[in-house]
Design a binder for this molecule. Structure first.
Ligand SMILES: *Cc1c(COP(=O)(O)O)cnc(C)c1O
Length: 236
C-alpha cells in the first residue's frame, strides 16, 4: 500500500500535469484533503507533507478533530449539508463553507461569525443536474442569491461548489462541470472578485480541472478507500 505522503505527491504531480495540459497555472488549483472518517493521525500525516486545507462533512466528527489538532495551522473547510440549527458551530470553527444553498443560512453564518475572526469564506452549492434529492440551488437562482449573500458583512463570497450526478459517463460529467463553469463566469460579470470553483473529487478530478476547477476535494486518492458506508454523494 502506498503511503499518504506518496499519494499526495502523485496527486500534486497530476494536478500540475493537468494544469499544464489545460494552459492553466498550477497555483490557482487548491488541493483540499477530504478527511471524513479519517483519524487525526492520518490528517497529521497529510499535514506533514505540507497540505494546509482540510475538508469535513460531519459536524460532530469534525469538531472533535479540529479540537484535537488545534495547535496545527490548518484551514478547515465544511463541505457537508448545513442544518440550520448548526450554523453557529460552523461559523465558530471553520474558515470555509462550500455548501451554502439558502440566503437564510448565509445570514445566520454571517451574524454568528465571531468578531475576532475574518469573514467566513463561502461557496454557493449549485444543483447542476437538477436532482431532487440533492442540496444546492437551481442554476437559474444562483445569481440573485450570490448578489444577496455578497452584501453580508461577515461573509466573503468566493464562488460556487458542485457535486454533480454520480456517473461513470465522462461526457455527462464534463457537461455538468462545463455548465457550472459557465454559470460561474456569468456571475463574475457582476461579481468579478469571485475566484473559487470547488469541483472535482477522486473520480472526476481530471475533467473538473479541464473545465476550470480551482479547488479539488480529494479523499480516496489520498487516504485510500473509506471503510464506513458513508453516504458520500448525499453528503449527510
Ligand atoms: C467525500 C467527499 C469528497 C471526496 O470524495 P473522494 O471520492 O473520496 O475523493 C468530496 N466532496 C464531497 C462533498 C464529499 O462528500
Amino acid at each position: 500500500m502506498p503511503t499518504i505522503s506518496e499519494n499526495i505527491e502523485l496527486i500534486q504531480h497530476r494536478i500540475e500535469a493537468l494544469a499544464n495540459q489545460n494552459h492553466r497555472s498550477n497555483e490557482e488549483i487548491m488541493l483540499l484533503a477530504v478527511t471524513k472518517t479519517r483519524s487525526p493521525a492520518e490528517i497529521r500525516q497529510a499535514y506533514d507533507t505540507g497540505l494546509r486545507n482540510f475538508g469535513e462533512n460531519y459536524l460532530q466528527e469534525a469538531i472533535e478533530k479540529i479540537e484535537q489538532l488545534e495547535n496545527l495551522d490548518i484551514c478547515w473547510h465544511f463541505i457537508g449539508t448545513i442544518q440550520s440549527n448548526k450554523t453557529r458551530i460552523i461559523a465558530e470553527h471553520f474558515d470555509w463553507v462550500h455548501s451554502v444553498d439558502r440566503f437564510k443560512t448565509a445570514q445566520r453564518l454571517s451574524s454568528q461569525r465571531p468578531d475576532n475572526k475574518s469573514p467566513l469564506n463561502c461557496c454557493i452549492q449549485v444543483n447542476i443536474s437538477g436532482e431532487e434529492s440533492k442540496g444546492g440551488v437551481a442554476p437559474e437562482n444562483v445569481t440573485s442569491l450570490a448578489l444577496a449573500i455578497n452584501k453580508l458583512a461577515n461573509i466573503n463570497l468566493r464562488g460556487l461548489m458542485v457535486l454533480p450526478l454520480a456517473t461513470d459517463n465522462p461526457e455527462i460529467q464534463q457537461q455538468s462541470f462545463e455548465k457550472t463553469a459557465q454559470l460561474f463566469e456569468s456571475i463574475r460579470v457582476q461579481l468579478p472578485q469571485l475566484d473559487s470553483l470547488s469541483m472535482g473529487m477522486t473520480g472526476d478530478m481530471d475533467t473538473a480541472i479541464a473545465a476550470g476547477s480551482t479547488i479539488v476535494r480529494i479523499g480516496t486518492a489520498i487516504f485510500g478507500p473509506r471503510n464506513h458506508s458513508d453516504k458520500t454523494r448525499g453528503q449527510q
